[in-house]
Each structure stands twice: as C-alpha cells, then as structure tokens.
Design a protein around this ligand. Sequence first.
Ligand SMILES: C[S@@+](CC[C@H](N)C(=O)[O-])C[C@H]1O[C@@H](n2cnc3c(N)ncnc32)[C@H](O)[C@@H]1O
Length: 399
Amino acid sequence: MHGSTGYSGYHQNNQQRPRKRGGGRRTSRKYQHHQNTRNNGDDDQKEQKSPPPCTDFDKAYFHCYAHVGIHEEMIKDSVRTETYKAAIMHHQSFIEGKVVMDVGCGTGILSIFCAQAGAKRVYAVDASDIAVQANEVVKANNLADRVIVLHGRVEDVEIYEKVDVIISEWMGYMLLYESMLGSVIAARDRWLKRGGLILPCTATLYMAPITHPDRYKDSIEFWRNVYGIDMSVMMPLAKLCAFEEPCVETITGENVMARPHVVKHVDCYTIQLHELESVSTRYKFQSTMRAPLHGFALWFDAEFSGPASSTNNNPVDGFRGKKHANPDEALVLSTGPEDLPTHWQQTLIYYFDPIEVEQDQIIEGSLTLSQNKENHRFMNIRLVCSSGGMSYVKELVMR
Ligand SMILES: C[S@@+](CC[C@H](N)C(=O)[O-])C[C@H]1O[C@@H](n2cnc3c(N)ncnc32)[C@H](O)[C@@H]1O
C-alpha cells in the first residue's frame, strides 16, 4: 500500500503499506451508539478496560489511510481481495442474517461483501477519514440500511449489540508490523458473541534464510565500475543505505535456502495483547545449497476456517500446500516466495556482507520482534545467527 509519507529502504515495485503510522483519529462519528455493551445484559461480556490513548503516531497512521492510493493498491491486490471475498462466500450460511463488524473497513469493500452475503447488519468501523468515503460508497450501493459506517477508532466507538462475525484485514508486513491486531482483539473482547466467527481465524509468520546475489550485485557491486569509473569507495555507504532497514521485496522459491521455520502462530480467538509486545523464536536451518547467505525472509499465511478448526496451534513448517492435506479444508491467504505475489511481498533482512554457506551447513540462532516503545506500530528486530563457527547479530527497526 502507498502511504503518503515515510518510505524507507529499497522497495521493489514501489508497493508499500504506509511506513509512518500514527494513531487513532478521533473524528466526528457518523453514528454513535450510546448504550455501552457492558449494559446489554449479556453475561459473556468481559470487563471493559479504558481504551489506550490515541497518540500522535496513531493519528499519523490513520492519516496515511486517508489517501486513496493505499486503498487502490490493497484492492488491486487480487490475491488479497479475492481471498477475502471467497472466505466471506465460503461462510455465507453463517453470515446470512447475522451481525458483522468490519474492523478497519477502509473504503468499505469487505463490509459490502458481507452485506452481499446476506448479513443483517454490518458495522463498518474506521478511524481514518476514508470512512467518509466508505459511507458514500455504501449509500451509492443502496446498502445504508444494512451497513453502518462508524467513523472512529474501534477502541472508542460504541454499539448497541454484540456481533456474530468480526472481519478484518489487519495484517502488516511480516504480519506484525503496523500492530493492528490489537484493535481486532479489542473488538473481539468487547463484542464477539460466544461461538462467533473471526475472519481470518489464524495467521502464521514464517522465516527462512535466503541467497540473493542479483540484489547484492544490483545495489552494491554496481559501484565497482560505473561507466568505467571505479566508485567502489561508495560501497560501504551503499550497503548501509540498502540494508540498514528491512526491505519489502518479492523473492522466489529459488532464493530460499532451507525449509521455513514458524516464528509465531496467531489464533485470533485466543491471542492476547501482551503476547504481541515481543515475539521471540529460536531457529535451526540446514542449508539445502552451497550459496552466499544474504539474510532472511519473513512472510505470513492467514487462514479463514471456522471457529472449530482454529484450535490447531501447531502449524507444520513449510510452504503453502504442504500445510493442508485437503486444500478445501481451509481458505488460505499466502504471501510466501512460492505463492502468487501480493502487495505485502516478503520482508527481507539483509546482512551488509554475504556469509558463504556449504550445502547441509547449519544456520542457527534467534529472532526477536518487539513493538517499538515510542511508537508501537514500529517494530524492533534483533536477529542473531551462527554458522560455520561465526556469529552475527543484526539489530534494526522497521519504521
Ligand atoms: C489494511 S486497511 C484495510 C481496509 C479494508 N478493510 C480493505 O480490506 O480494503 C486497514 C484499515 O483499518 C483502519 N484501522 C486500523 N486500526 C484501526 C482502529 N483501531 N480503529 C478503526 N480503524 C482502524 C485503517 O485506518 C485502515 O483504513
């Protein structure tokens, strides 16, 4: 998606979700339901905590989403949008006649899909000014009686009733960047009925070591001979500029040096906010090739099955297709190197210099992804790697 500000690093195809996010934009709500859900007589209701403050970072974040370009790019990502549409149709019999909440509705596209699937009422919530457009889109499609646009943070808006379905497209680069899942958790804990449906229901973040000689050649080796001039003194700066931050790029299965490792599996029914503050994993890969190791790739899958099948907390490492014995079992939005490209591409962490690796050589270490203390939508990354008797540590921030 395209944000209006703050691009960093090297981004193939110039496809970006916004890189400078801010906080909740508390604007005039189109609809405000004054009855607090705590008072609706439902003893399922969890005790309501006061919402987190809407920081200037949150405001900048929502401001990015007011730009039409970001929505155009997301909607044109047909892998993303078609998978959501297919998932809604897959669950049509559950959605028909029910109440849905779309957390972060953007232009309202997923809300409208839900209305088309027969939802009785859809609360389409967005804190960005794009909600004004969503309301117009809803009206233009004669759905204003069923799709209620709430212009405000999901943490702040209030509605009269509980919901049967929560749908949200909350996944950021390397799944957790952007930290929007917390808002889905807030909606779930406030409004989802027992036995309700969350789409997607689970998501899994993967990592794998990669080799990418073309990328290195393109950005670094390039300076050795520029129109016959030796500009190799530029190389240290080129490395710093190219690889100081995570890069959002598309790679292929040929770049991947080992079977992927699961960094984090998220069950949207049970995940708690505190689990997202810091995610750590230890990994051990065996290289399937002799090649220069240039760094690591991260990507995710999101699944759209019903509540009953969301209890699998042990996804098998591997690419799409290997996870499900029966591909009809669950709809999966996959963003891996072996899948169709999406606007998420893959997130790459490059070393400044490649590490020579032999076939079968062990590459092991740890990865920690932590929400940045100052701006929780940024991600601090610490990558420790040992291979061939050497150890490497890389610390970076995804802004
Ligand atoms: C990735 S976009 C998805 C838009 C739309 N659902 C779609 O699929 O095209 C996420 C949207 O969620 C909104 N959003 C993020 N956090 C939110 C929150 N806490 N409350 C309300 N809206 C939020 C953003 O403003 C943005 O428009």
